[in-house]
Design a protein around this ligand. Structure first.
Ligand SMILES: [Cu+2]
Length: 74
């Protein structure tokens, strides 16, 4: 089983509730093993299986929740 890490740089989080909502949304995706979102740094660190879930799907979750994706880092 493959495993990759991704950092998503997010704009628009104001509090722990925001980061928690994003973490919950990401964890609902099949193939996402863990999602640590910290609003003070504006970053989400995700561990995922690239055979199951695509980066675009994870970014879509962030956008659907109303936040802006500023970039990603492998
Ligand atoms: Cu908030």
């Amino acid at each position: 089983m493959a495993e990759k890490k991704l950092t998503i740089v997010i704009e628009g989080m104001h509090c722990n509730h925001c980061s928690q909502a994003i973490a919950d949304g990401l964890k609902k995706l099949k193939g996402v093993k863990s999602a640590d979102v910290i609003f003070t740094t504006g970053k989400a660190k995700v561990v995922y299986d690239p055979d199951v879930v695509k980066v675009d799907q994870m970014l879509a979750v962030v956008k659907e929740l109303g936040y802006t994706v500023k970039g990603t880092k492998e």
